[in-house]
Structures are given as structure tokens and as C-alpha cells.
Design a protein around this ligand. Structure first.
Ligand SMILES: Cc1ncc(COP(=O)(O)O)c(C=O)c1O
Length: 371
């Protein structure tokens, strides 16, 4: 097929499709592995960000484990032969938890309610709590777990107070989990480490692990590895018996691949060019829908060019719009439009974010549903 006349990438794939360069994934994994070694920490791949089954064994081989949220993700991690499994979800179902716990090494509960209900459950896995450290970091609201009204994690002041009053209640607490950063340089981690050193001195001696969550820009060339190693060494010196975990998602597949679409039509409405692509936000780009985020589109620039297009989905929803972009060259029907760096979250969100199963369907043939 011909190359797109807009000068964008030559047509090689049946679109819409995600295209990953495995060498780039290997490069990221080697970097993460060397960070583990240099800093004496364990890095887990967060399955909710990327769960392509054929590539998970390679990830499992390089990293120390996987962070999972459901039985489905546990199965995938086990099939890939991942070592350590860490389990976390905002809430667990009572009837499912014993099975989940029998298969993972560590677990964090998200609330004191969940701790209360589950911490005494017989289990071989080491139990922890997710804390909201309320760090004052510049993170967009939609993904900021530090907000005072966030449902993600126990408010750190409530936890510290409750612990002071009733240590017995936390006698089998072995880990704390802080997922508080987002696309962060090492400075975010420094703030988190300082927070832990300041507020948890009474609790640290009983802990076996601390999970520093995701949100670390580990695979950026500019990430300050020396400071990272220093910070971790500081921690090891202070608490030599605590294992330190990280569970990045985005930085595992960062820069490894794109989402490629084709322009099906260009309509001009009230002076605006709208390019209709062979995709739809609701089908392929749910992360765009939830955060209304701007994507990195190849052959575009931030400032004004004459080639200004709204990119729209091929669905019947008026709101199926991927935003307006300035292209460097005109778009034509049949051109490819390439969304860059899309391996994390977009693929998984098409069907199974956080390891959630599809909702079931029941067809009631006779009568009406009770309740
Ligand atoms: C609890 C938890 N851990 C880890 C991650 C991975 O974060 P990131 O992809 O920003 O590294 C997420 C992402 O949402 C998360 O919710």
C-alpha cells in the first residue's frame, strides 16, 4: 500500500493496532533489573498497565515479581512464572479472598474496614495496609491518590493514631504500601521517604516490607539513579530488615510502542476539519475518555500550523473526539495517524483494567426479576 501522503509512517499494519518494539521493552527491563541490583530493592511489574501474555514471561524473568489485583491477574503472573506476587485492590470480596491469599506472597488492604474484616484470616501471605500519605505533589487530580478525599489508602494520620491506641490490632501487620507518585523524578521518592521517616518510626521495627508503589520515571534517561541508590541505601541502613518493593507500570513499557490508526474520511464542519479514524475512544482509548488527556500524535506540534484537525472516532457518539491537533503536513484519507507511546494502560483498558472480568449477562426468559 502507498505511504500516507501526509508524510507519516508507511503503511505496514492492519489498523487499528498496537505495535510494540520488543527490543525497547528488553532495554527497559534491563534498566529496571540493574536498578534492583544497585539499590538492593525488588521491582514488580504492575500487570494492570500491560498484560500481553506472550511478553509476560520475559518480564517475569527480568523482574522480581508482579503486582496483581485479581485471580485473573494471578493466573497470568503464575503462567509467566513470576516470582513474588503482590496483591492489592481497593476492595476484596470475602468469598474470593482466601483463594487469592493462598496464591500470593504479600497483600495490602486498602482501608481499616478491609483490615478489620480480613487481617485475622488464616493466610500464608504477609499482610499490609495501603496508606494515603497525602503528599503535596503536583499530580493531576484524576490520578492523584494523595487527595484528602481519595478512597485509595488509609489516611496516614488516622492510621498513626489508631496504631498508637491499639498496637495489638495491628500485631500481624508486616507491610506498608504507598502508591503516591505519578510520572515522578527521584524528587517525589525523596518526599515519600522523608514522610515515612517522619511519621512511622514507631511502626518500622515490626515491618518486613515497604511498597513504594508505582509512578516512578525509572526508564527515563534523565532519572537520577545515583540519588535513587543513595535514598535506598539510607533506608537499608536505617531499617536493614525491611525489604523495599516498587511496582511500576508505565515505566516498564515506556517508549516501547504506538497505537496506529487510519484516516477513513475528512469532513469539514463549520470551518473545522474533522478526521474520522478507524478507532473509537470507548473501544480502544478508554484512558483518554476518563482523563480527557491529550495524546502524543506523530507529525503534530503544539503551536499553530495551517493543518488543524479534530481527530474523531468512528462511532455514533458525538463525544467520541480525541482532541484537536496541529499537523505539520496535511492529512489525507488513507493516511496513518500514529499515537505514540501507548503500550501502558491503553491496551489493558480495552477490556480488563485492574484484572477485572467482563460483567456477566443473564437472559431472563420467563417472568420478571425479583429485587
Ligand atoms: C496501586 C498501584 N500501584 C502501581 C501502579 C502503577 O503506576 P505507574 O504506571 O504510574 O507506574 C498503579 C497505577 O495506577 C497503582 O494504582
Amino acid at each position: 500500500m502507498r505511504a500516507g501522503r501526509s508524510g507519516m509512517s508507511k503503511r505496514r499494519y492492519r489498523t487499528p493496532c498496537f505495535v510494540m518494539e520488543q527490543k525497547k521493552l528488553e532495554k527497559n527491563l534491563m534498566r529496571l533489573r540493574s536498578l534492583e541490583k544497585e539499590a538492593g530493592v525488588k521491582i514488580f511489574h504492575t500487570l494492570k498497565s500491560f498484560n500481553e501474555a506472550s511478553l509476560l514471561p520475559s518480564i517475569a524473568e527480568k523482574l522480581s515479581g508482579m503486582s496483581v489485583s485479581s485471580m485473573k491477574e494471578i493466573r497470568m503472573a503464575k503462567e509467566a512464572k513470576s516470582e513474588h506476587l503482590h496483591l492489592y485492590a481497593p476492595a476484596f470480596k470475602k468469598e474470593e479472598l482466601p483463594q487469592l491469599l493462598s496464591k500470593v506472597d504479600t497483600v495490602s488492604f486498602n482501608s481499616l474496614n478491609q483490615w478489620n474484616t480480613f487481617h485475622a484470616m488464616p493466610s500464608k501471605s504477609s499482610m499490609g495496609l495501603r496508606i494515603n500519605p497525602k503528599l503535596p505533589l503536583p499530580i493531576p487530580d484524576y490520578c492523584n491518590p494523595n487527595l484528602s478525599y481519595s478512597r485509595l489508602g488509609v489516611d496516614y494520620m488516622t492510621f498513626v493514631e489508631t496504631y498508637k491506641k491499639n498496637r495489638e490490632y495491628f500485631s500481624n501487620l508486616e507491610g506498608l504500601h504507598f502508591h503516591a507518585l505519578f510520572q515522578s523524578s527521584v524528587e517525589g521518592l525523596r518526599v515519600l521517604v522523608e514522610h515515612i521517616m517522619e511519621h512511622y518510626q514507631a511502626i518500622l521495627p515490626q515491618l518486613k516490607w515497604i511498597n513504594f508503589g508505582g509512578g516512578h520515571n525509572f526508564s527515563d534517561a534523565g532519572y537520577d539513579v545515583l540519588t535513587f541508590v543513595d535514598l535506598m541505601n539510607l533506608f537499608h541502613e536505617h531499617c536493614p530488615s525491611i525489604e523495599l518493593y516498587f511496582e511500576p507500570g508505565e515505566s516498564v513499557t515506556k517508549g516501547c510502542g504506538d497505537f496506529i490508526t487510519t484516516v477513513l474520511d475528512i469532513v469539514r464542519v463549520e470551518g473545522q476539519n474533522i478526521a474520522i479514524l478507524d478507532t473509537s475512544i470507548e473501544t480502544h482509548l478508554l484512558d483518554v475518555a476518563i482523563v480527557n488527556q491529550r495524546l502524543k500524535v506523530k507529525n503534530t506540534q503544539a503551536f499553530s500550523t495551517p493543518y488543524f484537525y479534530e481527530l474523531a472516532g468512528n462511532s455514533c457518539l458525538q463525544g467520541d473526539s480525541i482532541g484537536e491537533y496541529f499537523f505539520k503536513t496535511p492529512l489525507n484519507i488513507g493516511d496513518e495517524v500514529v499515537f505514540e507511546d501507548m503500550m501502558a494502560y491503553s491496551m489493558v483498558k480495552m477490556t480488563e483494567f485492574n484484572g477485572m472480568e467482563r460483567a456477566g449477562t443473564y437472559w431472563i426468559k420467563k417472568g420478571i426479576r425479583n429485587g
